[in-house]
Design a protein around this ligand. Structure first.
Ligand SMILES: [Zn+2]
Length: 286
């Protein structure tokens, strides 16, 4: 049996499948409805009084180990680096990303409680390998679509979007499941950041049209692709991520679309310059 078949068998026997939408979401979220101003300032001190986010379902029970995947990086020497802790990142994750033992990172930064990293915290990673994303794939029948976005900003990272989305009333912050960086805010171009929503297998807050927040995986490319062109590094990362996701979850090509291609969405996201023809051609060749 292949991975997908194994997954389906496991799902039947492990009650991952849950029923019932307890709340009809009339206020679902859309991270790209307007071009937001993203900042990387400190987290907001107060929780917004009006939160527009309504979860339409319980998250699946994460009682199975995810499959971990990482894109191959074959270039770059080891050296000390500084890392800004992003939402959802743990010492275990950083250890995997940089191929450095957890104890080494703990000692180098004199961490009192290594179980509690703080978002925005700056850590020294001694003798780090080139950063490699660690992407978990969880058995699930939830995901039917992949929705591609751009940030409509020149700069950004998961951390900055997380704080910005909090300020907009998304009570869980970052509305996407993945962010692909463009080389700004201290993140390498083409780096894939994994959002807490993905780590918890929660609904997104990225595309209210078509119910995509419920069954669409939201990927945001940092940049404004109505003004600029997608870089090869970001394209390469996007192809890698979408290819792995679509094969693991059995998502057809027709269900991989831009935010603006979803029925009812009124946006040019992910930008008028996004190279759909090239993207689909290269994706099919993988
Ligand atoms: Zn969008």
């Amino acid at each position: 049996m292949n991975i997908l078949q194994n997954t389906l068998v496991a799902l039947k026997s492990r009650r991952l499948w849950y029923a019932g939408l307890s709340v009809v979401c009339a206020l679902s979220l859309d991270a790209c409805a307007t071009a937001p101003i993203y900042t990387t300032g400190p987290p907001p001190l107060e929780v917004p009084s009006q939160t527009a986010e309504v979860q339409v379902s319980e998250p699946p029970v994460l009682d199975q180990q995810p499959l971990l995947i990482s894109p191959e990086i074959t270039y770059g020497a080891r050296h000390d680096v500084y890392h800004i802790v992003a939402p959802g990142e743990t010492l275990w994750r950083l250890s995997k990303m940089y191929d450095v033992p957890m104890d080494t990172i703990t000692c180098a930064n004199r961490l009192g409680n290594p179980d509690e990293l703080t978002m925005g915290q700056r850590l020294r990673i001694p003798n780090a390998a080139p950063m490699t994303p660690v992407i978990p794939l969880y058995p699930s029948r939830k995901w039917k679509y992949i929705i591609i976005h751009h940030s409509a900003t020149d700069e950004g990272s998961a951390l900055g979007f997380h704080f910005a989305h909090f300020k907009r009333g998304f009570n869980q912050g970052l509305g996407y499941h993945f962010v692909i960086d463009n080389g700004t805010k201290g993140k390498p171009a083409g780096n894939i950041e994994v959002s807490p929503r993905w780590l918890k297998q929660q609904d997104g807050a990225h595309c209210k049209a078509g119910g995509m927040n419920y069954n669409g995986i939201g990927i945001c490319l940092v940049g404004n692709f109505s003004k600029e062109r997608l870089s090869e590094k970001q394209m390469h990362a996007l192809l890698y991520l979408v290819d792995k996701l679509r094969k693991y979850y059995g998502i057809p090509l027709s269900n991989i679309m831009g935010h603006g291609q979803v029925n009812g969405a009124h946006t040019e996201c992910p930008g008028t310059n996004f190279p759909w023809k090239e993207f689909k051609r290269r994706l099919q060749a993988l």
